[in-house]
Design a protein around this ligand. Structure first.
Ligand SMILES: [Zn+2]
Length: 231
């Protein structure tokens, strides 16, 4: 096999390595927590916090209602217990009782509103928990598949690396450096000659260039500098 052909094969391996490496980078980016999962967790967390706050409000309100009921009971006892006989005092007690009863009604209404809110928050939590569970299940499945793909790509990469090493060991250091240099500048270092043309820049090659290529010399296109390989 001519040196140009060996370099062409090396380039094919390098292109495959590049492709597999890009796939691996892509897999690595997808591994780990997804944005959707993080958002779903945060939304659930926020709703649970909301529930804790409203439940605390409910307890406070229930205590206040208990206190009001106790006060009303005491006022009722005073008013109707028969001990208090002073009419002025009785009128004032009655007024006080009305105020407390109005307060109680207001607090009971507030409690009903709060309980409705708590129910709706609990519903939301239920829905969001189910959604999160589903997302986590999908995510676990996806991660499993990604890890399997990652293993395969890594194994293909090491296989390609070994093949490259074997091939490169037959090529002189100077030639390898020439190849690498063109590859960095042009992307493609070795191109085929087709119908007397360099397939890198599409220009016709000189007769002596073609002759030297046919003779197995390592030649570069005089126009674009790429290494030429007979197809
Ligand atoms: Zn060229």
């Amino acid at each position: 096999m001519s040196l140009a052909k060996t370099l062409y094969d090396l380039q094919q391996i390098d292109l495959n390595i590049q492709k597999e490496q890009e796939t691996l980078d892509d897999i690595n980016r997808q591994l780990g927590e997804s944005e959707a999962l993080i958002q779903a967790k945060e939304a659930l967390q926020a709703e649970k916090k909301h529930l804790a706050v409203t439940e605390k409000q409910q307890k406070d309100l229930e205590y206040e209602i208990d206190d009001l009921r106790n006060s009303i009971k005491k006022l009722n006892d005073k008013l109707y217990g028969g001990k208090e006989k002073n009419p002025k005092e009785l009128v004032s007690l009655e007024k006080e009782l009305e105020i407390f009863k109005a307060k109680l009604r207001q607090k009971e209404d507030d409690l009903l509103d709060l309980m409705t809110e708590i129910e709706s928050v609990q519903d939301k939590i239920k829905i969001q928990s189910e959604r999160l569970g589903k997302l986590e299940e999908e995510w676990r499945q996806e991660q499993k598949e990604l890890t399997q793909r990652q293993t395969k790509v890594k194994s293909r990469l090491s296989e390609l690396g070994r093949t490259r090493q074997t091939l490169a060991s037959d090529i002189a250091k100077q030639t390898l450096e020439l190849y690498e240099g063109i590859r960095v500048r042009k992307g493609q270092a070795v191109v085929k000659i087709e119908q007397g043309r360099c397939q890198g820049c599409r220009l016709n090659l000189a007769v002596n260039e073609l002759q030297r290529a046919r003779a197995g010399d390592l030649i570069q296109c005089s126009s674009c500098g790429r290494i030429l390989c007979l197809s």
